[in-house]
Design a protein around this ligand. Structure first.
Ligand code: ATP
Ligand code: NCN
Length: 207
């Protein structure tokens, strides 16, 4: 009897805080990519972002759990437990730790646009397949970026998205879906300034 490997999408992020944009692309990933689960890997600290204004990991995990609210979205502190900060290192360890699972890295178009600044970014393409979800204002920048151009010949048709997770990397696709303009930056600025526009004495931490 052959066992069918579980298909897992990994959405790495700062989740400072988590919001419906994360949930929307996770639900789209479950449906379009035919996944069993999506794991939200809440990053202790994105190496390219400032730690200033980054809420404590525990608070971000708790808020992510509240926002995810779905039986097939798991919120995880795996990077903390693995002791990794860079995605290439995380994915190497994850693939080794779960040899019977199949993984696909999920990210928004803004991340593809800047991926050539990540440590060992080309290695990431060789570790797992990648699904990029369109995001308002980033479509062109993402598809014109160095990562998209360098791996252009490994781009799979969107219609073949269901087979992406079991494809041999490098393999990636760009998913068009119902766009959501929300961002954590916008949420943080509203919390800091209040709806009236006057500055309020609220910390930039999740509720
Ligand atoms: N509205 C959205 N549409 C598509 N992808 C998104 C959206 N929001 C976040 N993502 C993706 O989710 C992942 C984690 O994002 P992150 O936690 O940094 O949220 P963010 O809203 O981009 O935060 P910030 O505004 O602080 O940079 C990234 O791959 C990002 O591209
Ligand atoms: O590995 C890197 O060099 C690297 C640089 C920037 C971002 N990342 C990862 O990209 C994911 C998205 O980050 P963020 O802050 O945009 O949500 C998250 O898992 C980060 O750890 C990784």
């Amino acid at each position: 009897m052959t066992t069918i490997a579980r298909k897992i999408g990994i959405l790495g992020g700062s989740f400072n805080p988590a919001h419906d944009g994360h949930r929307d692309i996770s639900l789209a990933a479950l449906a379009y990519l035919g996944l069993d689960e999506v794991w939200w890997l809440v990053a202790p600290q994105n190496p390219l972002k400032s730690p200033v204004g980054m809420a404590p990991l525990d608070a971000r995990l708790a808020e992510a759990q509240r926002v995810a609210n779905h039986p097939r979205i798991r919120v995880s502190d795996l990077e903390l437990r693995l002791g990794t900060q860079f995605t290439a290192d995380t994915l190497k360890k994850v693939v080794r730790k779960y040899p019977h699972y199949r993984f696909v890295w999920l990210m928004g178009a803004d991340n593809l646009a800047g991926m050539h600044r990540w440590k060992d970014w080309q290695q990431i393409f060789h570790l797992v397949p990648i699904a990029v979800f369109d995001r308002p204002t980033y479509t062109y920048r993402a598809l014109a970026a160095l990562a998209a151009r360098r791996f252009a010949c490994f781009r799979a048709r969107e219609q073949a998205a269901r087979t992406l997770v079991t494809s041999q990397p490098p393999a990636w696709t760009f998913v068009h879906h119902r766009l959501n303009p929300i961002s954590a930056t916008e949420i943080r600025s509203k919390r800091l300034w209040g709806e009236s526009g006057s500055r309020v004495a609220k910390p930039a931490t999740p509720r």
